[in-house]
Design a protein around this ligand. Sequence first.
Ligand code: ASP
Ligand code: MG
Length: 407
Amino acid sequence: MALIVQKYGGTSVGSPERIKNVAQRVARFVTQGDRVVVVVSAMSGETNRLLALAKEIQPQPDPRELDVVLSTGEQVTIGLLCMALQTLGVAARSYTGGQARILTDDAFNKARISSIDGDAIRRDLEAGRVVVVAGFQGVDAAGNITTLGRGGSDTTGVALAAALQADECQIYTDVDGVYTTDPRIVSEARKLDRITFEEMLEMASLGSKVLQIRSVEFAGKYKVKLRVLSSFEEAGEGTLITVEEGKNMEEPIISGIAFSRDEAKLTVLGVPDCPGIAYQILGAVAEANIDVDMIIQNVGHDGATDFSFTVNRSEFDKAKAALEGVREHIGAREIQGDNKVCKVSAVGVGMRSHPGVASQMFRALAEEGINIRMISTSEIKISVVLDEKYLELAVRVLHRAFGLEAA
Ligand code: ASP
Ligand code: MG
């Protein structure tokens, strides 16, 4: 008998039929003798619909009221799923985030969970009931409804699994696991049986959309056993996300190729090469509340240097304006920008013990005549910024170069 937290995403509960299917799956676990806590997202498209509705009334919705509106999507699915379970003869009770005592800070629209008091849930489980909790939401200390940021139901699932010390947290979604890359781009992409938290974190932050990044961080921190599976397939082990690295020496060095289309690059040309310049440039960007990703400063010449960095494409204009605003003050000659770039990354813990991965990657790109615009590396990933038009080609070439299609 295990205690399992199962999280079902928006597509998995996207229609009454699908909600009934979820209920059937949950019922099978209950029949096996498992205790189950279910976390659900809103029906697919619902959160977007609610957001659009809010914006029709107020173009910049009041953050507190926006959370009141957005959190209703999940409130619908918890009730419907409990009804579906009851129809199957399975006792079930729904909980909103507040009822489940998921306490968060008061950062509306992007709140962070501070604690979960699982007592009521435990009592229900002991009484033989399935507990269905609304994902993506909580309450702050003053009792205001908060939401956890888009995709936040994953984090609710993992946080509940941690708080209840569940044996496993299963994330059910519309894919059957984590793949070596997006199968829509590389048809030979292969499902991974396992991947480490570190790799998953890189994959998630580099653009693989399977899990919300914060949920992976959370799972790594609290050692939650996390599994990604399909809610549309009966069998399958999905992908296990673990702390352990494979013991097998033959394990591939690279686990996956991640990419992100929405990148933009900014370059500050001819700034004085003196202390404090990086701080002044990036300070202006940080002040505008923009996250910076890759950063490169060139070797100085004649007392001046060039400085490039990337931001999310949606923040390109804002970042450019912020730089223009300080250009004279920092003594820069020119600000250049390019919002038609993308980022492609090779990720794998095997890199730590295998030198030469970077050169293998650069050779593969060179052979296809793909020009690299920027490079950044960490212990377990190498990222390159490329012209957007090379994205699909680069992903395919690297997938092949690292032998990822082979089992
Ligand atoms: N319904 C929310 C969203 O669409 C939360 C989630 O699905 O995880 O972002
Ligand atoms: Mg999701």
